[in-house]
Design a protein around this ligand. Structure first.
Ligand SMILES: NC(=O)c1ccc[n+]([C@@H]2O[C@H](COP(=O)([O-])OP(=O)(O)OC[C@H]3O[C@@H](n4cnc5c(N)ncnc54)[C@H](OP(=O)(O)O)[C@@H]3O)[C@@H](O)[C@H]2O)c1
Length: 222
């Protein structure tokens, strides 16, 4: 495994999306640290997570320790709990790139677009963390079980962030796990992909499928 790869922390990595990302990134040779609200749960979960033969298993610990260990920190927790978890890890994020995957789903009406007062969950995270910590948003429209399947995924990943260089870093990470990822503009645009997830949930229900996704047409294969 190359030691030049950044360590990826997955906050809430015991969950559906986080564990899918953890498995995928570990399988692509990245050092991965899974965070949980309970360090013991994180450690046990990581130990039992299957990874591709020949690659290193993720480590598991508390959300705070994972954020401290990571060079790039993914947030993969439910919207309702996002503020308190972002607040908890904030002291461990100085100088790091944060990738927020949060979708503002507000049960029970998860197939209805409901956006927070900050316009998007990612904008809420950026506001909470302050301008000194860079936030990129993405992976909102990928079904977690598709990541875990290991099969090719027929869905684009839209990446939002105010600095194109930060977007490029996250696009590179998505490509490393076999996803087509695209620059989708400033962080404020994350509203669009967050809203689309509720639309996709409604489409899943209407057509009795479990993984509707999106494809951007009209551009050369990236
Ligand atoms: N699932 C998907 O297909 C998918 C796709 C795209 C985007 N997303 C977004 O990604 C985020 C994570 O989704 P998910 O489906 O992975 O979530 P999840 O499995 O329900 O939860 C992820 C983790 O969050 C932690 N957590 C913290 N507070 C919690 C609480 N009050 N209740 C339950 N869990 C809590 C739990 O870890 P500990 O108990 O170990 O702390 C849990 O394992 C969400 O914002 C979601 O909208 C999900």
């Amino acid at each position: 495994m190359s030691t030049s790869k950044p360590t990826l922390a997955i906050i809430g990595g015991t969950g559906a999306l986080g564990s899918g990302l953890a498995q995928s990134f570990a399988g692509a040779g990245f050092p991965v640290v899974i965070g949980s609200r309970t360090a013991e749960k994180g450690a046990e979960f990581a130990q039992n997570l299957p990874v591709v033969a020949g690659t290193s298993k993720p480590k598991g610990t508390s959300n705070e320790a994972a954020a401290q260990a990571g060079d790039i920190v993914f947030i993969t927790v439910p919207f309702a709990t996002q503020p308190e978890i972002v607040e908890a890890i904030r002291p461990n994020l100085d100088g790091k790139l944060v990738v927020d995957t949060t979708v503002p789903l507000m049960p029970p009406k998860v197939a209805r677009v409901q956006l927070p007062p900050e316009d998007s969950a990612a904008m809420a995270t950026q506001k909470r963390l302050g301008a000194g910590i860079r936030v990129v948003a993405g992976f909102h429209n990928i079904a977690a079980h598709k990541l875990k399947s290991g099969a090719p995924i027929d869905c684009d990943v839209l990446i939002f962030g105010d600095d194109p260089k930060d977007r490029e870093i996250v696009i590179g990470l998505a490509k490393a796990i076999g996803l087509r990822a695209l620059h989708a503009g400033p962080l404020a645009n994350s509203t669009a992909a967050e809203a689309l997830t509720s639309v996709l949930i409604g489409i899943n229900r209407a057509y009795k499928v479990d993984g509707a996704g999106i494809r951007i047409t009209g551009i050369a294969e990236a």
